[in-house]
Write a protein that binds this ligand. Structure first.
Ligand SMILES: C[S@@+](CC[C@H](N)C(=O)[O-])C[C@H]1O[C@@H](n2cnc3c(N)ncnc32)[C@H](O)[C@@H]1O
Length: 390
């Protein structure tokens, strides 16, 4: 196995089990190294640090596959898959839809595997992990025996890696699969939906938020996608639910999801930024407002505009919130953390001359593991809050 020497800074972070080395920290010339080559990372004295795959075209040039000085081959990958599956089995999640492999957080960098009932959605994000594609698919077929697997090379990630995206299928994937979480049913369109099909990471938060909703409350589910939060509120509390999303396709599926659970709702295709302003003008009020926007800050440089966006929706949501109502605000971007969300809420409350009581600090569900040594693995944060009684 070839070696690359990394800087003191990178050596320290690898010793602390961080999963990446950036290009600027690689001291060896990368000339002659191929896309996805497996290498040993060593410090300047030659001491072993990690085994990983490299991509000389990417700023994140090395991704760690093992912190042990071992051969990383098909058997290694198979054993990591076994471990990830065993972890999900132990988790006791009340669902037939689950993230089975979560990239670096399962020590399989660049690989996402979601299970939807008897089908799998597999996403490859790097050239390095694509090297093991056959092994990964064989292992999944043998260990899970799914009826079908949808395989995609994620567009923007692979473009950054310097290769073309792709799509493949093993077996058959129906146009809609029915999944169930906490007794609530959802259709998932694995082939055409956003991400791998469904926002599984919000599962436990959908339940927690609905615990705070009272019978017949008025609920506004903003950035609803196919209706996750709103449907929990309707099924569990018979709330009066309105969903808002900019995607027509997501809203069509939301309607079907409500029908599948034999309940009704209101479905609005709109830009949430504008729609909240309209509601503010109309003086309509809600008991619970969910704000679960897409990642406004895909990179550090987008942080300040993302924070402005968060503040805008939070200020306007506060204006249409009943005195005893709740807001659930989420960020799924690593660049906007829990402390940022707290600042946004505090500032928005100041603009409304209110103090805020935090009721829940919310994070991604357990099938999206958070490895403390890898800050990037904690990506979903949320606050559930109300106005404080002053
Ligand atoms: C993180 S997802 C929401 C997931 C959803 N809460 C769930 O539990 O399934 C973000 C959603 O925001 C929608 N979206 C993006 N920009 C929007 C905008 N300006 N106005 C309304 N919806 C938007 C996307 O279509 C997507 O469905």
């Amino acid at each position: 196995m070839r070696e690359i020497v990394v800087s003191k800074k990178a050596a320290k972070s690898l010793r602390e089990f961080f999963p990446w080395v950036y290009k600027s920290d690689i001291l060896t010339s990368l000339e002659g190294f191929g896309l996805g080559d497996i290498v040993r990372a060593v410090d300047e004295s030659g001491a072993f640090l990690a085994v990983g795959y490299i991509n000389p075209n990417s700023t994140i040039t090395l991704r760690v596959l093992s912190y042990k000085d071992e051969k990383v081959d098909d058997r290694h990958i198979h054993s990591k898959i076994l471990r990830a599956l065993a972890k999900r089995k132990r988790s006791g999640l009340d669902t037939n839809a689950c993230r089975l492999i979560h990239s670096e957080a399962d020590f399989l960098p660049g690989l996402i595997v979601d299970r939807y009932e008897d089908y799998l959605s597999v996403m490859f994000l790097t050239v390095g992990i694509l090297r093991f594609k056959e092994t990964i698919i064989d292992s999944l077929l043998n260990l899970i025996e799914p009826k079908g697997i949808y395989i995609q090379g994620e567009k923007s990630a692979l473009k950054k890696e310097g290769i073309e995206p792709f799509e493949e299928m093993v077996g058959q994937i129906p146009s809609k699969v029915v999944i169930e979480e906490h007794g609530i049913k959802f259709y998932v369109d694995i082939l055409n939906a956003q991400k791998t099909g469904f926002y599984l990471d919000q599962r436990k938060n959908r339940k927690i938020v609905s615990d705070y909703i009272k019978q017949k409350d008025k609920v506004l589910d903003c950035f609803s996608n196919t209706g996750g939060f709103g449907l929990y509120a309707k099924v569990r509390k018979n709330a009066d639910v309105r969903l808002v999303d900019i995607s027509k396709e997501a809203m069509e599926m939301a309607k079907e999801n409500f029908a599948l659970n034999e309940v009704t709702g209101e479905f609005v295709v709109a830009n949430v930024f504008d729609y909240l302003r309209e509601l503010r003008r109309s003086k309509e009020k809600f008991d619970c407002i969910i704000l679960d926007p897409p990642s406004f800050a895909k990179s550090k440089s987008k942080r300040s505009s993302a924070l402005k966006g968060f503040k805008d929706i939070t200020v306007n949501a506060m204006k249409i919130l009943e005195r005893e109502g709740h807001i659930a605000l989420f960020s799924c971007s690593h660049h906007i953390g829990m402390e940022d969300l707290k600042s946004v809420v505090k500032e928005a409350a100041k603009d409304n001359n209110k103090a805020v009581e935090i009721q829940e600090l919310l994070y991604q569900d357990i099938d999206h593991p958070y490895i403390l040594n890898n800050e990037y693995s904690l990506y979903l944060k949320g606050l559930l809050f109300k106005f404080a009684d002053l």
